[in-house]
Design a protein around this ligand. Structure first.
Ligand SMILES: O=C(O)CCC(=O)C(=O)O
Length: 687
């Protein structure tokens, strides 16, 4: 029998491969493409079909990160956590001298980059050994931890027609981590080698050669490694063009025989073709494609609202990563982006939502509180306490000078346990389908981020924080109207005590929080809302934080660049406890009195902030919201100047918030949605 050729080379490399950013077809491999034709070459590329299909995929980054535990990073190429690299994305820009074939990937590790005018990432500082990404990739290599790889469809180096935006590849081992000179800086590169060499990769070209069996592979031949004469560091020979010392601390770093290497380098075929002997000790930490659903016993108490149960899953029918957008579970065709094969996937998994009992979320359920004992932390505002006017509620009032007030009606066991009271509402809201869903945040750092809570809106449309489709109050279940009765009572009592006119609510937003869900700092809206907003808390305890908005605290908007000053406030209200309160007040008085010009006013204000980093305002009000408590925020400018966030504890909480939406901000056809009349047993008497 004729001897076989060197098998690894037949698999991966048959001729020298130029290490470039340009994707090349097999025929073009040694052809140099001028850089000004780069864009056109990439666009005109004829992509080859792939051999198989990815084990899981996603059209959105958020969906991918939610479902795949080894890739929970919505930005950057590397997912690292607690000092290890678990997952890596190969997408548009792998940097210069990138390489991909069926089993090998050579790429930079990402980080320390900015985008140049052409949209390419360039290193803006050296990547040193203390960099977290560098440490993580080395830690994974040293502890023989397999790394999961994902390939994005913007990758043009592989030259394959990838089926989806993000495609799970397989587990890889880290075989080499080294430094290269990239522009004027040094950055870290990595060579990944597919762990399972016994199975053909799905991303191989459809007409590619069959896989070389393991027992015919050469695991002995390794690329040449030489010791530097200057620093004694051993470095592997990466490029055909010549050996280079890869220690960035050495005077001979990145030089071929004392000279800079050519701009375009050709990979050393031995570096591409060597394969590591299978090693059973190299294992991943996670499953490549987790089957989360098989582990969720929906009949077990409280599983359906636990943290793990609102992670994304991989659709068992079409393998798409899907997020839990519905209160009851996952629906494959709901979380689709663009056209995709899964648009019509019928998979849906709605869980048995066994009601979570109050016993589970309230430590002191039945035992307390008969009267809630409250300890106030002197770091925050201390409220006025009134135990009499609205007995059995304790009324706590926080005053925000010249802005408004926050009234906290503290509930107790007697109030909560009355018929149609908070205890009943908490259980009843869990029966049936209220239509609670997670929506996309309108503005978020990463596009497509979902809220960390479920929402449903009744009454007038409320579109400030999330775009929630509103249902009319005529469709609202009795429990919502019972809650609306309480909220109307609380609003009226809080507003009338402050001497203002009471406007009955015409909108009710219900938020549902599972374990570890929350709502970050936001305001409820300025121009479209009336001055009063009332919330009823049900279930788990939560903490509400109130702070001044950044621009009112600092006197200017956030700066685009650290050295710049943001835009100064046109009309600075100089709120109590803002930065440079005294100076800003004096300047404002001088300006209002015509003693200084606009230029002088702005110049002096800029001088105050010069050289100072803007910062978030400290929290001024911190409230513990318990089951049955009612909170009313009141004041024309409260939502303009202040923002709030709420962080619940335990496994289930509802917040029902009633607002007055100004009818002139609502489409005339929607106005009737906000009309309601309460039946006698839905009107609340404060007991
Ligand atoms: O969960 C809460 O208590 C507050 C909810 C909230 O801030 C909102 O609906 O805007």
């Amino acid at each position: 029998m004729a001897p076989r050729p060197t098998v690894n080379r037949r698999q991966a490399v048959e001729r020298p491969v130029r290490a470039s950013r340009i994707a090349k077809t097999k025929k073009e491999q040694a052809i140099k493409v001028p850089s000004d034709e780069l864009e056109a070459a990439v666009n005109d590329q004829v992509l080859e079909p792939v051999y198989g299909a990815p084990p899981a995929w996603s059209e959105g980054r958020q969906q991918l990160c939610d479902a795949i535990p080894w890739f929970r990073c919505t930005q950057g190429a590397m997912y690292h956590s607690e000092g290890f690299c678990y997952g890596f994305l190969i997408d548009a820009d792998g940097g210069s001298r990138t390489y991909i074939d069926e089993e090998i990937i050579i790429t930079r590790i990402g980080g320390c980059c900015t985008k140049d005018s052409g949209g390419n990432l360039t290193l803006e500082k050296n990547q040193d050994p203390d960099n977290a990404l560098v440490q993580s990739i080395i830690a994974s290599q040293n502890s023989r931890l397999a790394v999961g790889l994902v390939i994005g469809s913007k990758n043009k180096i592989l030259n394959r027609d990838l089926p989806h935006r993000y495609n799970i590849m397989d587990w890889f081992r880290v075989t080499n981590v080294w430094y290269e000179k990239i522009g004027q800086k040094h950055g870290v590169k990595v060579r990944f080698e597919k762990l399972n060499l016994a199975e053909k990769s799905w991303w191989a070209a459809k007409d590619s050669l069959p896989l070389v069996p393991l027992d015919e592979r050469d695991f002995e031949t390794k690329p040449e490694t030489l010791k530097c004469e200057k620093c004694s560091t051993e470095s592997v020979r990466l490029y055909e063009d010549g050996w280079m010392c890869l220690d960035p601390g050495c005077v001979d770093f990145w030089k071929i025989e004392n000279a800079s290497p050519p701009a375009e380098l050709t990979f050393n075929p031995d570096f591409l073709s060597f394969r590591s002997r299978p090693d059973p000790a190299i294992q991943p930490h996670y499953s490549l494609v987790p089957d989360l659903l098989s582990t969720l016993d929906e009949n077990a108490a409280d599983v359906s609202t636990s943290r793990i149960a609102w992670k994304g899953i991989v659709c068992p029918m079409c393998f798409k990563c899907i997020r839990r957008t519905f209160w009851q579970g996952w629906k494959c065709d709901d979380d689709s982006i663009g056209e995709g094969s899964a648009k019509s996937c019928p998979f849906q998994k709605f869980m048995n939502m066994n009601p979570v009992s109050l016993r589970v979320v309230l430590d002191h359920f039945e035992l307390a509180p008969i009267k809630r004992a409250i300890v106030f932390d002197r770091k925050f505002s201390i409220p006025e306490i009134d135990d009499n006017t609205f007995f059995p509620y304790r009324k706590l009032t926080y005053k925000l000078d010249g802005v408004g007030s926050i009234t906290h009606f503290v509930s107790n066991k007697t109030i909560n346990s009355r018929a149609n009271g908070p205890d009943d509402l908490f259980i009843n809201l869990q029966r049936g389908d209220l239509g609670l869903k997670r929506f996309r945040l309108q503005s978020s750092l990463v596009a497509g981020t979902l809220t960390s809570h479920f929402a449903v809106n009744y009454g007038m449309p409320y579109k400030y924080v999330v775009s929630v489709d509103s249902k009319g109050f005529d469709e609202a279940p009795n429990d919502m109207l019972q809650a609306l009765g309480r909220l109307s009572w609380a609003t009226e009592k809080a507003v009338i005590s402050s001497g203002d006119k009471y406007l009955p609510p015409n909108e009710l937003l219900t938020l549902g929080y599972f374990e570890e869900m929350k709502i970050g700092f936001h305001d409820d809206g300025e121009s479209s809302l009336g001055p009063s907003i009332a919330t009823l808390s049900l279930g788990a305890k939560a903490t509400m934080f109130v702070r001044m908005k950044y621009k009112y605290f600092n006197g200017s908007t956030r700066r685009a660049e650290p050295k710049q000053i943001g835009t100064l406030l046109q009309d600075d209200p100089v709120l109590k406890d803002c930065m440079f309160e005294d100076e800003r007040r004096t300047l404002k008085e001088e300006f209002d009195a015509g003693e200084i010009s606009q230029d002088e006013y702005d110049h002096s204000r800029r001088a105050l902030s010069m050289g100072r980093k803007g910062k978030e305002a400290p929290v001024t009000i911190k409230m513990e919201l318990h089951h049955g408590d009612l909170v009313v925020m009141h004041g024309e400018n409260l939502q303009k100047y202040y923002e709030h966030s709420v962080v619940p504890e335990s496994k289930l909480r509802f917040a029902l918030t009633a607002r007055y939406i100004k009818p002139d901000h609502v489409d005339a056809r929607e106005i009737q949605k906000g009309q309601f009349s309460l039946a006698p047993d839905q009107i609340y008497d404060g007991k």
